[in-house]
Ligand binder design. Sequence first.
Ligand SMILES: [Cu+2]
Length: 145
Amino acid sequence: MRITSLTLLLGVTLLFSTAQAQTHEVKMLTRSATAGMVFDPDYLQIAPGDTVKFVPTQSGHNAATLPGLLPDGAVPFKGNINQEIEQTFSLPGLYGIQCTPHLAMGMVMLIQVGEPADLPAVLPAGLPSRALDRLNATLAQQARP
Ligand SMILES: [Cu+2]
């Protein structure tokens, strides 16, 4: 009886920790219903330890970190064109993701790992204006009233 309860408890614990780390899917699109050159969704808030799978739903895109827009100590990554990549985000903070060939066309997204900071996000200098516009629009949408 004691062993059965312990086994049950272990099983439930394992199930619970598995359910906690999630995988989120982001499509890389040349054209969505509303815009061209987009990550869909273009904003995610995830828990530390969650994974994001970047899927080349339409061809010609990649997913890479945006230099200057990731937490201190986070390791940059860069997927190849048309490559599906899965990335696990352990460090809390705000991550900018770009499609390298379409940065100038504004193909960027944001991933917030953990709770957003109270301070406004500082975007890196020298971003192409369309990338900057999309990031600012995304941040404005997430801002709490
Ligand atoms: Cu692209």
